[in-house]
Every structure is written in structure tokens, then in C-alpha cells.
Design a protein around this ligand. Structure first.
Ligand SMILES: [Zn+2]
Length: 67
């Protein structure tokens, strides 16, 4: 079956963006917490001490948190 309107995809090529990384060893800034932070963790605290954030996802309702 040959259809002249068929779409032909192309392979993804080219350099992709490097993930943002922070150099050096960093430790959670929360007192009495010595968790080493990942180079890709842009926050100053570990996961346990970071404020809760919700990613914005299209097509979904933003979760409501009662404080
Ligand atoms: Zn911590």
C-alpha cells in the first residue's frame, strides 16, 4: 500500500541538553541532618526536608492540601 500522504518520522538526533548539576559535595541544610545531596538536587535540603511541591500537570486538577 503506497500512500503519498503518509507521514514519515525522523530519528531524534543532535545533542540533548545536559541535566543541570551542581558541583561539589553538599549536605542537607536542615540541622541534625547529614544527608548528602545529589548533584542534580538544586535545593539546599534533602527530599525529607524540602517543602512539598506538586508538579503542574496539564489536564489534571491541582491537588488541594489542607494545612
Ligand atoms: Zn535533610
Amino acid at each position: 500500500m503506497s500512500d503519498s500522504t503518509a507521514l514519515i518520522g525522523t530519528k531524534v538526533s543532535g545533542r540533548r541538553r545536559r541535566p543541570k548539576a551542581v558541583d561539589g559535595l553538599r549536605v542537607c541544610s536542615s540541622p541534625r541532618c547529614s544527608t548528602r545531596l545529589s548533584r542534580y538536587n538544586r535545593n539546599g535540603t534533602c527530599y525529607m526536608h524540602s517543602p512539598i511541591t506538586f508538579p503542574r500537570v496539564r489536564g489534571r486538577d491541582i491537588p488541594v492540601v489542607d494545612v
